[in-house]
Design a protein around this ligand. Structure first.
Ligand code: DGJ
Length: 744
C-alpha cells in the first residue's frame, strides 16, 4: 500500500521502495510537512521528525498553544499572514478585500491509480496498480472555500505528482491571486540549486549555486515556458555527483508563465515551491466554480544526478508523453527550413525530398512559407495554401512526397498573425493587445488571443480546410515570440488576470482537437527552437525542437543540459550544413550525425548540395539510426563527461537488459600531444564482456572502472560511419567517436 494513514496522529505516509513523503495535520488544522526523502519504514508515529522548540519573538495562531507558531513549522501548502511570514503557496481575496485564509483539514480520500487533470497536461497511469492517490480536503470556515491537495505516489518510480484545486463553496466571489502547484518545506538548507537557463540558440545550460538564507528563484513572464529559464529545477546536496548522493527534481507540467523558488529562512528551513507565476495572475472564482493548478512531478534519487534523470526520463517518456508515437521509433526526417527558408516552389521541395528518399529518410517536413502571402512581414494567420508556391495545394504536394515513399509533415505557427494578413484585416480583435496602447512586435508578428475559444476554433477550421484530404503524418508547431501587452478583448476587466493561463489552456485545447482529428499524427513542438521545451508540451508532442542552433559543438552542450530533465526521445536534433548557418563553424559530417543520433534524428539541409562521398556517408548514417534507434530512444541514458566543463563531452545509452550500448565522445578543442584518455562507462553488466564495434573485447567491469579508450576501436569501425583512415585518437577540433558495445 503506497499510502498509509495513521489516524491517531493524523499522519499520512506516501512511499514506495525508494522514497517516502510524510505529512500531518497540525494542531490548528493546517497541513504540516514531516519528511521527504529516502524511503523510511512505515510506522505508527513519525512525530520524532517534527522540529519544535520555543522561539523568541514569534506569534502564534492558537491562544491556548503559544508554543505553536507557523513561523517555524514545516508546512505543506502554506499561507502568508497567520504567523508565517515566508512566501505562501496561495492567496485568496474575499469580497471584503482581506488577505487571510485558514484552510483546515476536513478529511481525505485515497484511491488506486491517478485522476486526470481535465484541460491540463499531466502524468497518467495505464493500470491502477501503478500508483495510489491521496487527496487531502481542507476548508476555510469564513469563505467556505475548499482546497484539495492531491498527491499521487507511483509504485515503481521515485516520483510523486502534486497539484491543488480550489473550489468556491461559499456565497461570495473569491479572487485567487496566487495558486502554486506545490510547496514543500525541508528541515535544512544544505542544498545546491540547479537551474537550466539560456537564451535563443544556447538553451538549458546547467547553472548551480548554493542556497543561502533568502530567496532563490527563476521565472518566466513571457507567456511560454521560455529558453531563458526552464520549468525544471533540481535541489541537490553539495556532495551529490552524477553517480552518488541525494537529488530532488521538480518538473512543472505546464507551458506558460511559471515561478520556481526556494526560500531559506533564518532557521535554515528550505521552502521549495513551484507553479503558475503569480505575477499578473488572478482568477475569479464565482460561487460553485473551481480552479485546478497544473501538476508538479517531484522526483527523488539517492544515486546522484544520473539516477534522478533516469527516473525523470522514464516518467516523462512513458507516463506523460502519450499516443501513437509514444513507444514507436521516430521516423528519420528531412526538413527544408535551412535549405530554402520561405522561398521555394513545389518542384524545389520535391527535388529536396527525392534526395532524402534516396538516402533512406522516412519523413519529409515542409517548413514555414507554404501559406498566405508569406514573407518575413506577412501571411501568418492565413492558413490557406499559397498557390504560387504549391499550385496543387497541400494535398498535391503531399501526394508527390508520398509517391517518393516518404511520409509528409508540415509546419504551422497557429498562435500568431502578421498585421499584413487577411486574418488581421478581418479580425483585428483576435490579437492580444491592451486598449489604447501600442502593440509591440516580435519577429514582425502579433499573438492571437488563444484565451478566446472562438479564436482557437477559427484557426482550427482554417487548418483543417488547408489540410483537407492531404495525407499528413507530422506537424511541427512553432511559436516565435513572447506575449506583450497581454489583454483579451473577449474578457471583462475583472478577468484580465486570467488571460495568460487561459491562453495556455487554449493552446492545449487546439492540440487536443488536432490529436482527435489525426490520432496517428506525430507532433513536434517548437518555439524558436527551445522556447517551449517543457513537460507540459510532451503530453501533446512527444518531441520538441531542441534549439535553432544546429552547430554540433553547441548541440552537444544543449542536449547534455536537456538530458537532466528530459528524455532523449524528446530532443528533436538534426544534421545541418557547414559552415553552420547560425555560428559559421565547420564540424565534420560524422560529428554532426554523431550528436544528432542522440535524439529524434533528422536532416535540415538540401542533401543535393552534398558531394557523392558525403551522400554515401549520409546513407550509412540513416541506416545506422534505423538499426539502433530503439536502443537510443528507449535505452537508459547516462551523462559521462560534461562538455560545459571539459573539452571532451561524453554520454551513452544502455539497453534495459544491458546487452548493448552506444557511447558518444565529443571533442571541443583538441590538445596537441594530449594525455591518455579513458572514459568511465556506466550501467553495463560487470559480469559480462562486451565487444567494441564488433572487435576488441573488454569486460563491463573494466569499462566502467578503468574506462573506454578511443583506440579500443581503432581496427573495428563503426567506422562505416566515418571516412577512411580516421586516426585512432580524437585528433582535431570537434572530432567525435561513437562506439557500439555488444555483450557476448
Ligand atoms: C523557428 C524554428 O525554430 C525554425 O526551425 C523554423 O521552423 C522557423 N521558425 C520558421 O519560421
Amino acid at each position: 500500500m503506497p499510502v498509509s494513514v495513521h489516524e491517531r496522529n493524523k499522519q499520512f505516509h506516501l512511499y514506495n521502495d525508494r522514497v517516502s513523503y510524510i505529512l500531518e495535520v497540525l494542531p490548528n488544522g493546517n497541513m504540516g510537512q514531516l519528511y521527504y526523502g529516502r524511503r523510511l519504514r512505515d510506522r505508527e508515529d513519525f512525530s520524532a521528525l517534527r522540529e519544535f522548540t520555543n522561539r523568541p519573538i514569534t506569534s502564534w495562531p492558537m491562544k491556548e498553544l503559544p508554543s505553536f507558531s507557523l513561523e517555524f513549522t514545516r508546512q505543506e501548502y502554506p499561507a502568508f499572514g497567520t504567523t508565517d511570514f515566508r512566501q505562501g503557496a496561495y492567496e485568496v481575496i474575499p469580497e471584503d478585500g482581506s488577505h487571510i485564509s485558514d484552510f483546515k483539514y476536513v478529511g481525505h480520500r485515497i484511491g488506486a491509480g491517478k485522476p486526470d487533470l481535465p484541460g491540463l497536461p499531466h502524468a497518467y497511469v495505464e493500470d491502477d496498480s501503478e500508483a495510489e492517490t491521496l487527496e487531502i480536503l481542507l476548508r476555510d470556515g469564513v469563505t467556505g472555500a475548499v482546497l484539495t491537495l492531491t498527491y499521487t505516489v507511483f509504485a515503481h518510480m521515485a516520483a510523486i505528482a502534486r497539484s491543488a484545486e480550489f473550489k468556491n463553496e461559499g456565497r461570495q466571489v473569491l479572487q485567487l491571486n496566487r495558486a502554486l502547484s506545490m510547496s514543500v518545506d525541508f528541515p535544512d538548507s544544505r542544498f545546491e540549486w540547479m537551474q537550466f537557463s539560456g537564451a535563443w540558440g544556447r538553451e538549458r545550460a546547467p547553472k548551480v549555486r548554493p542556497l543561502q538564507q533568502g530567496l532563490t528563484a527563476i521565472e518566466s513572464m513571457r507567456g511560454h515556458s521560455s529558453s531563458q529559464q526552464n520549468p525544471f529545477v533540481i535541489l541537490k546536496r553539495p556532495e551529490t555527483t552524477e553517480y552518488s548522493g541525494e537529488a530532488y527534481g521538480f518538473s512543472l507540467v505546464y507551458s506558460g508563465n511559471f515561478l520556481a523558488q526556494a526560500e531559506v529562512d533564518v532557521y535554515d528551513v528550505t521552502r521549495f515551491s513551484m507553479g503558475i507565476n503569480p505575477r499578473n495572475f488572478s482568477w475569479r472564482l464565482e460561487p460553485g466554480a473551481s480552479f485546478r493548478t497544473p501538476e508538479v512531478l517531484m522526483t527523488y534519487a539517492d544515486d546522484g544526478l544520473n539516477g534522478l534523470s533516469g527516473t525523470i526520463h522514464t516518467l516523462l517518456r512513458s507516463r506523460v508523453a502519450r499516443g501513437y508515437w509514444r513507444d514507436r521509433p521516430r521516423p528519420v526526417l528531412l526538413n527544408n527550413w535551412e535549405a530554402t527558408g520561405m522561398e521555394f516552389t513545389e518542384d524545389d521541395i520535391v527535388r529536396i525530398a527525392r534526395k532524402g528518399a534516396e538516402v533512406g529518410v522516412e519523413l519529409f517536413v515542409l517548413d514555414d512559407g507554404w501559406f498566405g502571402h508569406r514573407t518575413e512581414y506577412s501571411g501568418l494567420g492565413d492558413w490557406f495554401v499559397d498557390r504560387s508556391k504549391l499550385p496543387n495545394g497541400v494535398k498535391g504536394l503531399a501526394d508527390r512526397i508520398n509517391a517518393l515513399g516518404l511520409k509528409f509533415g508540415i509546419w504551422i505557427e497557429p498562435e500568431m498573425v502578421n498585421e499584413d494578413s487577411e486574418l488581421f484585416r478581418t479580425h483585428p480583435e483576435y490579437v492580444l493587445c491592451t486598449p489604447d496602447r501600442s502593440k509591440s512586435l516580435g519577429r514582425n508578428q502579433l499573438v492571437l488571443d488563444f484565451s478566446n475559444p472562438e479564436v482557437v476554433d477559427y484557426i482550427y477550421d482554417m487548418l483543417m480546410k488547408a489540410f483537407d484530404g492531404a495525407n499528413i503524418s507530422y506537424i511541427k508547431w512553432d511559436m516565435n515570440r513572447s506575449i506583450t501587452e497581454c489583454y483579451s478583448a473577449a474578457l471583462p476587466p475583472e478577468k484580465q488576470g486570467e488571460v495568460y493561463h487561459r491562453y495556455i489552456l487554449g493552446v492545449y485545447s487546439l492540440y487536443e482537437k488536432l490529436i482527435a482529428a489525426y490520432p496517428e499524427l506525430l507532433f513536434e513542438s517548437c518555439a524558436s527552437g527551445g522556447c517551449r521545451f517543457d513537460a507540459g508540451m510532451l503530453y501533446y508532442a512527444p518531441q520538441a525542437w531542441c534549439s535553432d542552433d544546429t552547430d554540433a559543438g553547441e548541440r552537444v552542450r544543449i542536449q547534455y543540459g536537456s538530458s537532466y530533465g528530459y528524455p532523449i526521445s524528446s530532443w528533436g536534433s538534426h544534421v545541418s550544413v557547414c559552415p553552420n548557418q547560425q555560428l559559421g563553424r565547420s564540424t565534420p559530417l560524422y560529428t554532426r550525425a554523431g550528436v544528432a543520433f542522440f535524439g529524434a534524428f533528422g536532416y535540415e539541409m538540401d542533401l543535393n548540395s552534398l558531394s557523392d562521398e558525403e551522400i554515401e556517408e549520409v546513407k550509412k548514417q540513416v541506416a545506422f539510426m534505423k538499426e539502433r534507434r530503439e536502443l537510443i530512444q528507449f535505452g537508459r541514458f547516462y551523462r559521462l563527461r560534461d562538455p560545459y566543463k571539459e573539452e571532451l563531452g561524453a554520454w551513452m545509452v544502455v539497453a534495459p537488459d544491458r546487452s548493448e550500448a552506444i557511447v558518444g565522445l565529443y571533442q571541443r578543442t583538441v590538445p596537441l600531444n594530449g594525455g591518455f584518455l579513458q572514459v568511465k562507462l556506466q550501467g553495463l553488466d560487470p559480469e559480462k564482456d562486451y565487444s567494441i564495434n564488433g572487435g576488441l573485447v573488454r569486460g563491463g567491469d573494466e569499462l566502467m572502472a578503468y574506462g573506454l579508450r578511443p583506440r579500443d576501436a581503432a581496427d573495428h569501425p563503426l567506422t562505416a560511419l566515418y571516412p577512411e583512415n580516421i586516426p585512432q585518437e580524437l585528433s582535431r577540433d570537434f572530432d567525435s567517436r561513437l562506439y557500439y558495445l555488444s555483450a557476448l
